[in-house]
Design a protein around this ligand. Structure first.
Ligand code: HEC
Length: 101
């Protein structure tokens, strides 16, 4: 179910994350613009960044400090610092992203 938090998270995503990521099953980005994974099915995934189990806690940790989980990744430092509220909203949004079967 999409909660109010997830709606807020989508807004933040559209402002802060869309420059690198997509969240669209029909990824229309040209190949050169695909700087980061399409997150359209993130809620169905087993892993976060291929290194940690996809749990709410790990998604929050990744958004707070990706460097601590995966040194040298290309996301660290590329968006402003997120408040706890923003992280909670983004996490609710990301976990709601599922491709209907
Ligand atoms: C400068 C480009 C960039 C920006 C801006 C960015 N990301 Fe990322 N993100 C990446 C890259 C690159 C990866 C893949 C990292 C890896 O696995 O090494 C990634 C990985 C992720 C993952 C894990 C994806 C997976 O396949 O498991 C999540 C979740 C994520 N980003 C969320 C966000 C959110 C939310 C924002 C906005 C607050 C954001 N990203 C902003 C580049 C970016």
């Amino acid at each position: 179910a999409v909660t109010a938090d997830a709606t807020e998270g989508e807004k933040i995503f559209q402002q802060s994350c869309i420059g690198c990521h997509a969240a669209d099953a029909n990824d229309t980005r040209p190949p050169a613009a695909r700087l980061a994974p399409n997150l359209a099915n993130f809620g169905d995934r087993e892993m976060v960044a291929g290194i940690a189990e996809n749990t709410e806690a790990n998604v929050k940790k990744w958004l707070k400090d990706p460097e601590s989980m995966k040194p040298g990744n290309l996301m660290t430092g590329k968006y402003g610092e997120l408040s706890d509220d923003e992280i909670n909203a983004l996490t609710a949004y990301l976990e709601s992203l599922k491709i209907a079967k």
